[in-house]
Design a protein around this ligand. Sequence first.
Ligand code: IPD
Ligand code: CA
Ligand code: CA
Length: 272
Amino acid sequence: MMLSNRDQLALYKRVCALAVEAGDLLKRGFSRRVAVSYKGRIDPVTEVDLASERFIVEKINGAYPDHDILTEEDTIKRKRASRFRWIIDPLDGTVNFAHGFPIYCVSIAVEYDGEVIAGAVCDPERGELFHAARGRGAYLNKQRLHISREKNLERALLATGFAYDIGTSRRNNLGYFARMAKQAQGIRRPGSAAIDLCWVAAGRLDGFWELKLHPWDTAAAVLILKEAGGKYSRVNGKPYAITDPDLLATNGHLHDPMRRVLTGKYRGTNRK
Ligand code: IPD
Ligand code: CA
Ligand code: CA
């Protein structure tokens, strides 16, 4: 059965409202010292990650008890074989958050039959809610979002990120970073993949890539980027699904140049 427009809109509203509420929870937690524990050598989780996740999961369970839920902190194990699945990063940018560095967000998306139909990313520090529903455009609060028009890599501002296994894995993005840094105007590492992607959607950045992402990092923001007119694929140019680890997301004009730099096929002007 097809999802009706009415049902899609109701879910979209719920996704946005939940993201704003969870964003408020994060912001309240940001102003005090939080307890941090470690999932790996440098991979932190704070009490606020867990509180945000519990809050969101409880709300979804209350409103849609039969829907599946995929969360980063894995507080919910049950699989319900529903056509709906919520995908949640309760706090994206945990390292920033734990240090009092004010770039972090909450990301919430909902899938129907395996396709993301609505997503919201709330950045409470800037009062910015990025949101989109499939086929209805992307917005920052009430303003329609559009990607940038930059066509020249040497004038492009890009972002990337590094996975927590950077110190122990060969596939650590440092080679890609070095190659791209020679060709672009600048590269930033804001520390929240969902915000990075939303900022490409908003035209603040011209492109983004990262190698080891998870569905909760990208589910909402990739829909937002797509609805803002952006292009996305795997780093080698093949189609990207949210279960794939690597992602290249751009304003479209820079997609091929960036893909060629990353795959070592672009000589560019700066060869040393
Ligand atoms: C991380 C952030 C970071 C990215 C990492 C992610 P977390 O998510 O999005 O920018 O580089 O790959 O794991 O752990 O803060 O939710
Ligand atoms: Ca997280
Ligand atoms: Ca994340």
